[in-house]
Design a protein around this ligand. Structure first.
Ligand code: AMP
Ligand code: ZN
Length: 138
């Protein structure tokens, strides 16, 4: 399924042109229009999923092999020093385009890309409670 008013559906189908670097029957990989670094790319499924929770696990299993294939090629092509593979779900997590996508962000020593988080303290009890809550849902 695709969604009529979704820009990434239109890019993935070719209705809107993009700088595509890879395409197969399930995915298109394009260069990000406002790159965080030189070569920043996005993996777009051709089917519309708002986010990761909407995706069935069989389809999701195709995503990471492609991320690995792309990161190997991009590392060689761009000679970057590191690489972030990341994916945001919902506004609270920084998602701005609500069609599932994976960011492929080449990193260069001393670059100004910001993917930072501050470590917080926790307790053994809290960690046990959190682990138990998650395990109950699986
Ligand atoms: P996110 O914040 O995870 O939803 O990421 C959305 C990404 O899509 C951002 O990095 C944008 O720069 C990028 N983006 C938005 N519109 C386009 C577009 N038309 N073509 C390519 N990248 C886009
Ligand atoms: Zn879409």
């Amino acid at each position: 399924m695709t969604k009529d008013d979704c820009i990434f559906c239109k890019i993935a189908s070719g209705e809107i042109p993009s700088n595509s670097v890879y395409e197969d029957e399930d995915f298109k990989v394009i260069l990000d229009i406002s790159p965080a670094s030189r070569g920043h790319a996005l993996i777009l499924p051709k089917l519309h999923y708002d986010n990761a929770y909407e995706m069935d696990e069989a389809f999701a299993a195709k995503v990471f092999p492609l991320a690995v294939k792309m990161s190997k090629a991009m590392k060689k092509a761009l000679n970057c020093d590191g690489f972030n593979i990341l994916q945001n779900n919902e506004e609270a997590a920084g998602q701005t385009v609500f069609h599932f996508h994976v960011h492929l962000i080449p990193r260069y020593a001393g670059d100004d890309v910001q993917i930072a988080s501050k470590p917080h303290e926790t307790t053994k009890e809290e960690q046990e409670e959190v682990a138990s809550l998650i395990k109950k849902q699986l």
